[in-house]
Write a protein that binds this ligand. Sequence first.
Ligand code: GLC
Length: 751
Amino acid sequence: MKKHYLFFTGLLALAVSCSQGPSGSMSDSDLNIERRVDSVLAKMTLEEKVGQMNQISTGGAATGPVLGNNNDMTDLRAGKIGSILNLVGAERTREAQEIAVNETRMGIPLIFGLDVIHGYRTIFPTPLGESASWDTVGIKESARIAAIEASAQGVHWTFAPMVDISRDPRWGRIMEGAGEDPFLGSMIARARVEGFQGKSLTDNNTIVACAKHYAAYGAAEGGRDYNTVDISMRTLNDIYLPPFHAAVEAGVGTFMNSFNEIAGIPSTGNEYLLRDKLKGEWGFKGFVVSDWNSIGELVNHGVAADEEEAAEIAIKAGSDMDMVSGSYLENLPRLVKDGVVDEKLIDDAVRRILRIKFQLGLFDDPYKYCSVERENELLLHPSHREHARDIARKSIVLLKNEGQVLPVSKKTRTLAVIGPLADSKKDLLCTWTAKGQPDEAVSLLDGIKKKVDDGTRILYEKGCDITGDSKAGFASALSAARRADIVILAVGEAGDMSGEAHSRAYIGIPGVQPDLIKEIQKTGKPVVVVLMNGRPVTFEWTAKNMPAILETWFLGTEGGDAIADVLFGDYNPSGKLPVSIPVTVGQIPVYYNHKNTGRPFEKGEFFTSRYLDIPNEPLYPFGYGLSYTTFKYSDISLNKTKIAFSEPLIVKVKVTNTGEYDGEEVVQLYTRDMVASVTRPVKELKGFKKVMIEKGETAEISFELTSDDLRFYNDKMDFVAEPGDFKVFVGTSSDNVKEASFKLIENGSKD
Ligand code: GLC
C-alpha cells in the first residue's frame, strides 16, 4: 500500500523542528508543517477527513455514558478514527498506532488523549488545592512531571488544564480549577499549559494541553453540574474568559467545549465562542474537541432535532473533533455531499488536527511515545515524589492557630490521631487520578509516625466513617483523646465527593464528623483540625470553637508527609485561599471581587444589602492564609499619583517578618476603578509575589501597573481602561490591605 505522506516525511523530516504553539507566529518550521499538512490534506478523501475528526474511547473507565461504538478496531482500519482517549501503555498504544499507520490508506498516526489532571502516576494536590500555593513555578513543574510520566506511557494529549472560574463550592468540579479569580486563574492556566507542553511539542516528554471547559462551565445555576448558565456577555468576558485567553497566549494546542449552554446557546454550537472569539479575535490555530458526547447532547439541549442537525450546528460553530458521540462520522460526509456543510469547514478542522499531530512529531515517529524503558524508568521517580511533597506542603492553608497550638512538638509524649481521613490513602488522591495508585500514597498517620520521636506514643482511632450516622467509634476516639497531650483530628469529604457529576446541596463536613469534632472539643485537649476536601466545605462551628485549623485539600501521593512537615514545623505554611469559603451554603455565591451595589452594607443601617442571619463576609476570604510567623506591612508608596495611558505606576510596600519563623508570604496587589461607565468590582487582583522573608528581615516588594492592567468591558463592550480615580491595595489577603489612590489621565491631559 503506497504511503503518500512518507515521501514528505523523508524530504522534510529534518527540516521539522519544534514550532511555537498553534497560536504563535509562523516560524520556518511552522511553514514546513503547513506545507506538510496541505500535502496530506490534498490526498485525503472526504471520509478520511471526517475520520480524523472522530475520537473514540477505549481501554479505560468511561467518563460519561458509554455510547457503544467504541473499541472498534474495524473503524480504525477503515481510517474512521483520528484519536483515542483512555488507551494508555507503551504496548497498547503501539498496537493501535501500528494499525493506523500500517493498515490504513493514508497511514495518519493517531493522537492518544487522557485526563492527566493533577499528575499521572505521581499524583499532585488537586488543582484547586495546588492553586492555594500561588506558586506558579511549582505548579508548572507539576504539569511538567505529569507530562514526563504520561508521555512515557504513550499519552500525547491531556485534557487539562481545566481553567473554569467558579464561585460555587456546591459544584463538585470546583476542585479541578484554580478558584474564583480571573487573574490568578490566568497565571495558573499559563503555568500548567507551559508545564505540559514544555519547550517543544516535538520532544518525547511533552504532551499537548487542552484548555477546558470552554466556557463558563463553573457558572452552572445552583452549582448543579451540567446545569444552565445564564450570564451577561460582560461577566463572560471579564470573569470567565481570561484564563482561556491566557492559555491561548501560552500556546495551548487544543480546547475543549463545555457541556453547558450560555444564555441559550450551548458551547459546543456557539459560534461567538469558537469562531468569533477563540479562532478569530484570539487567533487560535489549534483544534477544539467536544466534551464527552456534547455534540450529541445538542439534541437534549433542544437546539438540534437529531444528531445530523447537531453535527451541522457543531461544525459550523467551530467544533473540530467529536469526542465519542459518532455524530460527525455518521453525518458529515452526507451533509457535505448534500451541500449543507461546506467542505472548507471540514478542511479547516482537519488542518488543525493534522497541525497538532505534526507538531507532536507523530508523522516523523508515530511510536516516539511508546517506550517501555521510559515507562519503567520515569513513573513515580523519587524526584517526582520529592516535588509532590514540596508543592503539597506549599498548598496547605493555615486558617487558624489560636494559642500557637501549632507547630506540634516532635517530642510530644502522647499524640492522638483521630478521624476517618487520618489513615486514608485513596482519598488523598481524590478523583481524576489517571494512573495514581492509593497504596503508593503516604497517609497522614504514616507521615506523623515518620516525624515524631521514638518516645512518642501515637494513639490512632478512626472515630467514625466519612458518611453515615454511626457513632460506635466515638467512645474509643474520646478515650484516646483524653489520654493524649494533643489531638490531630482529620476530617472532611471523601475523595470521590467532589469532581464531575458530584454537586452537593449541603456542603458541610459530612456524616457524624461534626459531632465527633464537638465531642473531642469537650475533652478540653488542644486539637488541630486537619481538613481534607476537594471543594471548599462549610464548618462554621469548627471555625469558631477549634483553636487550630489546616485546610489541606487533597494533597496527592505525598499528602501525609506534606501535612506532617507543616504540623511539626518543618515547613512554615504559606498557602492562601484561591476561593472564598462560605459561612453557609446559603451565602453562595460569595466572592471577593463583588460589586458595591447601590446600598452597600453599612453597620446599623437597615436598608442595606445584607442578611438578617449571617454576615456578608465569607468564613474565610480569597487570598487568606496565616503563617507560623507574622508579617507587618508598612504603608504603600506610589511613584506617581497620576499616570497617563501605558505609563507605568510603580507600587512599593515593605513587608517585615516580625515573628519567630522564616516564612513565605504571598504579597497581593489589588485595584479598584472608582467610577466607570459600568459598575466595577470593589477589588480586583492585579498582581502577587510569593517571597521568602527571614525572621526579623524586611523585604521591599514592588509592582508595576499600567493602564493595560485596568482594562475591562465597558458599556459598549469595548475592552478598554477609562480615565479616572483608582485605588490600589497591597496586603496579605483580599480583606487585609493597605491602600493608596491614583488617577489615570488621558495622554497629554493635566488632570
Ligand atoms: C468528561 C469531562 C471532561 C473530560 C472528558 C474525557 O465528561 O467533562 O473534563 O476531559 O469527559 O474524559
